[in-house]
Every structure is written in structure tokens, then in C-alpha cells.
Design a binder for this molecule. Structure first.
Ligand code: NAD
Length: 263
């Protein structure tokens, strides 16, 4: 059994991680940590009982010895948590976004120094990772590409990080920019979307979406559409469970779920 502590357990993603870990036979939920903790225990789903709930990861690790910390918190919180976890010989799986290359260097150094594994994945959705991978493969065979990404109306930024990464990787795979037809006359500003390496990116913001993306590739007489729809946060569960099972076999940092999926 791999014992898991969830950091940020009361957040939107944290709750999804708690559910995913409870549903995975090879994993055991050792505890939950969240600064919002106002009680000592957390009721786990399906009547499986209660687990310890702490407000601070350091205090939790003084009392318990999990194998893996899964973190979905926020950028200013995650690095101190990783330092504490690795010093305590705990492997780390990180979903929190917004990390820099310096952060990656430090995580790799810390995990090697303390002989543990680390996985940082900006996207734990297996389908989204495959959508990006397939788009990369297709990129070489098409001259035109556009991305339509669709998210809930509360998303703060646009285009999405996934759309930007997809476009960058497609242009790199093609080793050239795509052909980007400009409008002779733009009836409204921004009508052709944002432009990255010739790929027009269009952002839809509306209730009813969690995270969707369609990559449309075109060449003479044909189009190829690669679409992924994230319907709810449960969809991240299989990717997170995969990362937890793999991180205990690693030494050092792996960035991206694709490497753990053998892509
Ligand atoms: N990698 C992915 O696939 C993926 C998917 C969705 C979201 N995210 C990222 O995950 C992160 C969390 O997203 P969310 O929507 O769950 O946010 P959220 O605000 O719902 O949850 C964050 C939780 O962290 C807790 N927290 C904050 N400071 C803390 C501290 N010092 N110690 C312990 N707990 C603390 C908060 O109380 C909150 O419960 C964000 O960075 C988001 O971008 C990643």
C-alpha cells in the first residue's frame, strides 16, 4: 500500500484527489492537510471512516510518515511544502500550477539529495495529455492549424496554458510556423483570435464547460479535428493515481504526465 497525504485537501482539486485515492485499491489515504482545517479529522467518502486533518504539512509530518504528498494548493505555498516533504523523505506529486524553471531545478536537486521522486504535471488529465501528443504528431502533415479552447466563465486568464503549450509544441514539431491567413478586412478587432506561430487561438468562456479544447488542422481538401472534453474534476483521478504509483519508483524530478504514460 502506498500511503498518501493530500496537501490542499479542502480545495476543489484536493477533494477530487481525496476521492481518487480512496477509490484506488493500491493507495491508502494517510491524512489531509489544509490551512482551512477547523477540525482534527476528515470524513472520507463511501463510509470509509475518518483520517487525520492538519492545518500544516510540517506538523503532519512530525506525526505521520506517508510515502507521497500530493499537492494542489497555490504557487506561494507549494515550494515550502516540497522542501518540508522531501526533507522528510516523502515523494511529491505536484499539480499546483505557475512554477518556474528555477523551481524545477530546486525540486530536482532536493529530490535527488533526499533520495525521493518528484512529479510535476501541469495537466493530470490523461485525455488532455493525449490530445496534445496527437496534435504534435499531426502537426507535420498540415499547413493550417487553429485551436478553440472552451472553459468555464470564472477562468481568469486567456488563452489557456494548455492551448499555448499545444501551439508551441505543434510549431516545434513542424519545425516552422503554420500559415495564418489574415482577414483582408477585420469587421471587429480580434476576429481572427490570438496568433502563436501562425496558429489562431480562440477562447470561449461560458458556464457548462470545465475544460475543453479542439485542435483543427487543415490542408488541401481535408481537415482533422482533435478534441478533448474535461467534464468534471473526477477526470483528473486516473492521472493522479498513475503519478502516485510511479513517483515512488523515481529518483529526481519528472515534469509532465506524458513521460509516465510512455508517450
Ligand atoms: N495539474 C492539473 O491538472 C490541475 C488541474 C486543476 C487545477 N490545478 C491547479 O491546482 C491548484 C489548486 O486549484 P484548486 O482549484 O483546487 O484551488 P482551491 O483554491 O480550490 O484549493 C486550494 C487549497 O489549498 C489550500 N491552501 C492554501 N494555502 C495553504 C497552506 N499554506 N497550507 C495548506 N493548504 C493551503 C486552500 O485552503 C484551498 O483549500 C491551482 O494551482 C490550479 O491551477 C492543476
Amino acid at each position: 500500500m502506498i500511503k498518501v497525504v493530500v496537501h490542499g485537501a479542502l480545495g476543489r482539486m484536493g477533494q477530487a484527489v481525496v476521492n481518487a485515492v480512496c477509490g484506488a485499491p493500491e493507495l491508502q489515504l494517510a491524512g489531509a492537510v489544509d490551512i482551512k482545517a477547523d477540525r482534527d479529522t476528515l470524513q472520507v467518502p463511501d463510509g470509509a471512516g475518518e483520517i487525520p486533518l492538519f492545518a500544516n504539512i510540517g506538523t503532519f509530518l512530525e506525526n505521520f510518515t506517508p510515502d507521497v504528498m500530493v499537492d494542489f494548493t497555490q504557487h506561494d505555498v507549494v515550494m515550502p511544502a516540497i522542501r518540508t516533504a522531501t526533507e522528510n523523505k516523502v515523494n511529491v506529486v505536484i499539480g499546483t500550477t505557475g512554477m518556474s524553471d528555477d523551481d524545477f531545478d530546486e525540486i530536482d536537486r532536493l529530490s535527488r539529495q533526499h533520495d525521493v521522486g518528484a512529479v510535476v504535471a501541469p495537466n493530470f488529465s490523461l485525455g488532455a495529455v493525449l490530445m496534445m501528443y496527437l496534435s504534435r504528431i499531426a502537426a507535420r502533415f498540415f499547413d493550417y492549424a487553429e485551436i478553440v479552447e472552451m472553459h468555464h466563465e470564472k477562468k481568469l486568464d486567456s488563452p489557456s496554458g494548455t492551448a499555448v503549450t499545444t501551439a508551441k509544441e505543434m510549431a516545434r514539431a513542424r519545425e516552422a510556423d503554420f500559415i495564418h491567413p489574415e482577414s483582408q478586412k477585420e469587421n471587429l478587432p480580434g476576429g481572427r483570435g490570438a496568433d502563436l506561430s501562425g496558429i489562431a487561438i480562440h477562447s470561449v468562456r461560458s458556464p457548462g464547460f470545465v475544460a475543453s479544447q479542439e485542435v483543427i488542422l487543415g490542408t488541401l481538401g481535408q481537415t482533422l479535428r482533435i478534441r478533448h472534453d474535461q467534464i468534471n474534476r473526477e477526470g483528473y483521478g486516473p492521472g493522479i493515481v498513475l503519478a502516485v504509483k510511479e513517483v515512488v519508483k523515481l529518483k529526481g524530478l519528472v515534469v509532465g504526465l506524458d513521460k509516465l504514460m510512455g508517450l
